[in-house]
Design a protein. Structure first.
Length: 202
């Protein structure tokens, strides 16, 4: 007579926590593989069975919508901006901020592009959860840059709030994409020192 198994199962996750875990595993795969990524591949990356995905997502389309919603959220970007040390020189602060923002927009563009390539032309509006408030996200990003400028307020020619807006418009085009292929360090240098040499102004 065999004894009953005494193996204990790991504590279960809430459906919302499991959704977030699956989306976190799916995002880098979408960036790397685009629309070709499959749910089995995502499940392996998350360390779960493929069937588990469909316990919390109705279908792959819903999973893709959740990935777009996660890519649009900028909470992690704001956390990175808030972590930039204020005791660094201003140019270093702004260079770190610009690199963080460029990486965020690159990932967002790659995820949305992958979803569109999969035929989800109407994708991007999550079926569950609160919609992304883009105006609020933009304002919070602006205030994060204001924080980076604040220590040098007395040395700046314009109010830090105005300069933060100019800095973001220097980095990104009207459509939100990173500005051309100009190196970040060059963009920051132009923002801080202009385009005219000392000799040209004398």
């Amino acid at each position: 007579m065999t004894e009953p198994s005494t193996r204990r199962r790991a504590p279960g996750m809430s459906p919302e926590a499991r959704r977030e875990m699956i989306v976190a595993a799916a995002l880098p795969l979408l960036v790397e593989h685009g629309a070709a990524v499959g749910t089995l591949q995502i499940a392996k990356a998350a360390g779960i069975g493929e069937a588990t995905i469909f316990r919390v997502f109705a279908d792959k389309d819903e999973l893709l919508d959740a990935c777009v919603a996660a890519a649009l959220r900028n909470d992690h970007v704001l956390a990175e901006l808030d972590a930039v040390p204020l005791d660094q020189p201003l140019a270093d602060r702004l260079t770190e901020a610009a690199a963080t923002l460029h990486a965020y927009l690159h990932r967002m563009g790659a995820v949305i592009g992958a979803v569109h390539a999969a035929g989800r032309r109407g994708g991007g509006a999550p079926r569950r959860g609160a919609p992304v408030d883009r105006e609020e996200a933009s304002e919070r990003t602006l205030q994060a840059v204001v924080r980076l400028l604040e220590p040098d307020r007395a040395a700046l020619r314009l109010p830090v709030e105005q300069l933060a807006a100019v800095f973001l418009s220097t980095l990104f085009s009207r459509r939100g994409a990173p500005a051309a292929d100009t190196p970040i360090e060059t963009l920051v240098d132009i923002f801080l020192h202009g385009v005219v040499t000392t000799e040209a102004t004398s």
